[in-house]
Each structure stands twice: as C-alpha cells, then as structure tokens.
Design a protein around this ligand. Structure first.
Ligand code: MN
Length: 253
C-alpha cells in the first residue's frame, strides 16, 4: 500500500506512527513543512526502507520562513523527494502571494539545478498559479499534485503538463473529489492520507488508512481492490524509476 503524502513528524507520537507504517510495510512519503524539520524527520524513517522523507517548505508558512531557503538548498543534494511545497490561494494568504510564489519558484529552481526531483505539491485555491510556476521551471522534475481541488479544466491542463496526482480518503469522500479522481489517468495516480491533518470523522488518518482510497478508486474504475492495488504499485515503480537517486547516495533518504 502507498501513502504518498503524510506528515509523520506531526503525529502525537511520531515514532509510533513510523513504526506502525514500517511494520505494515507501507510505502510512505513522509513530508516536512520546514527545512529545519527535515533531519529529525528523516531520522524517524531510518529503520524502515519503505519510508522516504521529503524536504519541504509548506506554502502556509513559507512567507515566514524565506530565510530557510538557504538551508533548503544546502539539504537538497540529500533529498530525492521535495514536499510539501506549493501555493495556497485561500483568502487568509492573499496578502502573502508574492512571498509564496518566490519561495515555491526558488525551490523549483533548486530542483532543476539538482537534476530534477519528485515533488508533492499543495495547490489549494491556486491550481492555475501552481501550473504556471511549473511551466516556468519545466526541468524541476515530476510534480505530484496532492489532494487536487481545482476545476476539471485545471485538471486537464495539469495532465497535459505531465503532472501526477495523489488522492486520499478525505478527497474521495466528496462527490467533487470523486469526479476529479475519475478524470485522472489511471497511470498517473497514487494514494495518500495527508494524516494527521486529514481526518476520518474526527480521527486523524494514518498511513494504513490509504486502503480506503484504494477501495474508492477500485469502485471508480470498476475493478477489484487487488486490481487497483496492482495499478497503484506499478505507478509507484514507474514514478520512482523516472528520477534517479541523488548523487550523494550514501546519505540519501
Ligand atoms: Mn499535507
């Protein structure tokens, strides 16, 4: 099973969350919200080969952390995955759009000059702006739009630009989310939970809850759960094969 976007370091007991996912042999992309959190988060994943840690700067705090871009750049050679990065166009961030774009594009530039990265990207209320930034940095690697909530035409544009998508139980609970998921090419989709932020009723989702998304996708595709699982695993293999390990292989996570 795959949880391609999860905040392991933000669970009340991060070690336990990592251990549960590691024991269940779930592939987890553990994302971080600031470069300062990266080392410690990567440490959590060390005993579990299927847990990878992404280097991130979350758009909701990017404007307060522009000073950490230098640290981001310094750590970039060790990180095969970038995220959580992106833009958030919600009303509360209208005043800091410029800083968000500056941070996001600085990171895309780092990705380009590092030979490309697999990137898990936030685009709430900002799908078109995210796609525009990605067009300006087309060598940045492979974008995976997490919990996509744009319009059908923005989704079509994203597909044309080569984006992938990760969908979770929270997204697939809504009719709009299921309709968007149905439009995503089957060979460009992965599952995620976005735990512990995303919840099932009031319970924070855990990586093992990605099965709910597998189940929903199987229903959308009108195939069995095993069939959906096989499709998703083949997608993951293709995605990870598309970007090579960073050169500093011995320290990569
Ligand atoms: Mn997230």
């Amino acid at each position: 099973m795959i949880d391609f976007h999860c905040h392991l370091d933000l669970y009340p007991d991060p070690e336990l969350a990592a251990e549960d996912a590691g024991r269940a042999r779930i592939f987890v992309l553990s994302v971080t919200t600031t470069p300062k959190a990266w080392r410690k988060s990567a440490e959590l994943a060390r005993p579990y080969p299927r847990i990878r840690t992404a280097l991130g700067l979350h758009p909701e705090i990017a404007h307060e952390r522009l000073g950490e871009l230098a640290l981001f750049e310094a750590l970039a050679p060790e990180a095969r995955y970038f995220g959580e990065i992106g833009l958030d166009g919600s009303p509360e961030y209208r005043g800091v759009q410029r800083q968000q774009v500056d941070a996001f594009e600085a990171i895309l530039k780092i990705a380009s000059s590092s030979g490309g990265r697999i990137m898990t990207i936030h685009s709430r209320n900002a799908a078109s702006a995210v796609l525009q930034s990605l067009r300006r940095h087309s060598d940045a690697g492979v974008p995976v739009l997490h919990w996509f909530s744009g319009s059908p035409s923005e989704l079509e544009q994203a597909v044309d630009q080569g984006c992938w998508f990760s969908v979770g139980p929270a997204m697939l609970r809504s009719r709009k989310g299921r309709q968007l998921a149905a439009r995503i090419p089957r060979d460009r989709i992965l599952t995620e939970t976005d735990g512990p932020f995303a919840k099932d009723k009031s319970r924070p989702l855990q990586p093992a809850d990605a099965w709910m998304a597998v189940h929903e996708l199987a229903a959308i595709w009108r195939i069995t759960g095993e069939g959906a699982q096989a499709q998703l695993l083949s997608n993951l293999r293709r995605l990870t094969a598309s970007i090579s390990e960073p050169v500093r292989h011995q320290t990569s996570v």
